[in-house]
Design a protein around this ligand. Structure first.
Ligand SMILES: NC(=O)c1ccc[n+]([C@@H]2O[C@H](COP(=O)([O-])OP(=O)(O)OC[C@H]3O[C@@H](n4cnc5c(N)ncnc54)[C@H](O)[C@@H]3O)[C@@H](O)[C@H]2O)c1
Length: 351
């Protein structure tokens, strides 16, 4: 039985995670997989009480004794600089070496996209964002800070190992899911060193997947085309910065933060699953947060754990609720967080 650490975290993270766990339990009661769910108290309250975000021993425990982590959101105005959130989120990403940031972009109803004339058939692709390198490693510094001569340098780190493993993950996903094309995105015309490495490795890895079409597009071109012709894309792979931006473009054209799920994966090791939205202090505690992103995130987790059919049932329950208008207010419905979770459970009981 898979062991899962559930970290509700802060703000609406606690509310949406409650609904996600409710859905997982309902699934379990109706033919779905049994899960060993352990709730972890990590978040701002614990940090403010004890001064601890997450310890080395707890990281070791996650690595050795769990298959997945389901996280709500971290962020609290009472913690200066959100130190606890940084330590937990970046700690997991780098220490657990979660090199794949996987973001599905799928439209469930045409009324949810701002793109004119696009339907559910047109918006359905996945993004593989490199999650451990690039400009986000924090290498660099400033010189003569605060003076008119100030210099700021932020290094963009790309290793062959890092580039190769994320590109391979994108191809493996395409192959496993019968998809035809993988698009690699970079800025090789302006960033020649990094882009050159990405293009060489992309070409080399693609030779192992002769049945899959490939293309390399500059990220600015791709951003424009995703808005004009999203139907062209199936699998996109990019570095940390460009993948981050493209992922949010994807969220924007497929229903927004209330529906956007993500996975942070290292195949064969403990991996972390989280809705993309934050702790939303502006609506926390008001039963207004949309739990669907957390439920869709749980579906990603189930599939990752090998329970593909159970993951599909969760996603279908969300889709059915959206089609029936059983949603929270930001998607046009009248339900609160808990009632939207109940609507999912009702669908699961009949699926
Ligand atoms: N991965 C994470 O845990 C994560 C991600 C982003 C932000 N944060 C943290 O969350 C806090 C708030 O950040 P923010 O306001 O920039 O981003 P946010 O995602 O929390 O909120 C942005 C806007 O979207 C709305 N929103 C968010 N989730 C929603 C949901 N499930 N249903 C309906 N509406 C929703 C909010 O009300 C707000 O108006 C900050 O402390 C930030 O650091 C955490």
């Amino acid at each position: 039985m898979a062991r899962i650490a559930v970290i509700p975290g802060d703000g609406v993270g606690k509310e949406v995670t409650r609904e996600a766990v409710k859905a997982l339990r309902a699934l379990e009661a109706h033919g779905g997989p049994a899960l060993d769910i352990v709730e972890w108290p990590h978040g701002a309250d614990r940090y403010l009480e004890t001064g601890q975000s997450i310890t080395d021993a707890e990281f070791a425990d996650l690595e050795s004794n769990y298959q997945a982590i389901l996280l709500g959101a971290l962020g609290d105005p009472r913690v200066p600089g959100n130190e606890h959130a940084r330590q937990i989120l970046l700690g997991m990403r780098f220490r657990l070496d979660l090199y794949i940031n996987f973001r599905p972009v799928r439209l469930y109803h045409e009324r949810l996209t701002p793109l004119k004339g696009k339907t559910e058939r047109d918006i359905d692709f996945v993004i593989f964002r490199e999650n451990t390198e690039g400009v986000y490693v924090g290498m660099g510094g400033t010189f003569k800070q605060g003076t008119p001569d100030e210099v700021a340098i932020q290094e963009d780190v790309n290793t062959r190992t890092g580039v190769e493993r994320i590109i391979r993950a994108a191809f493996d996903h395409a192959k496993a899911n019968g998809l035809e094309r993988v698009t690699m995105s970079d800025k090789a015309n302006a960033m020649e060193s990094a882009g050159g490495l990405w293009r060489r490795v992309f070409k080399q890895v693609s030779a192992e997947y002769p049945e899959i079409q490939t293309e390399a597009l500059y990220v600015d071109m791709l951003a424009m085309d995703l808005v004009r012709r999203p139907e062209r894309y199936q699998v996109i792979v990019a570095g940390n910065l460009f993948g981050d931006i493209l992922s949010d473009l994807g969220a924007g054209i497929a229903g927004g933060l209330g529906l956007t799920a993500s996975a942070n994966i290292h195949p064969g090791r403990v991996s972390m699953f989280e809705p993309v939205h934050g702790s939303a202090p502006d609506i926390a505690g008001q039963d207004r947060a949309n739990p669907f992103a957390a439920v869709l995130t749980s579906a990603l987790m189930l599939r990752h754990l090998g329970h593909r059919e159970a993951g599909d049932r969760l996603e279908n329950a969300v889709r059915a609720c959206i089609l029936a208008g059983e949603t929270t207010a930001e998607l046009g419905g009248t339900l609160g967080t808990a009632a939207a979770g109940d609507a999912i459970v009702a669908r699961l009981e009949n699926s």
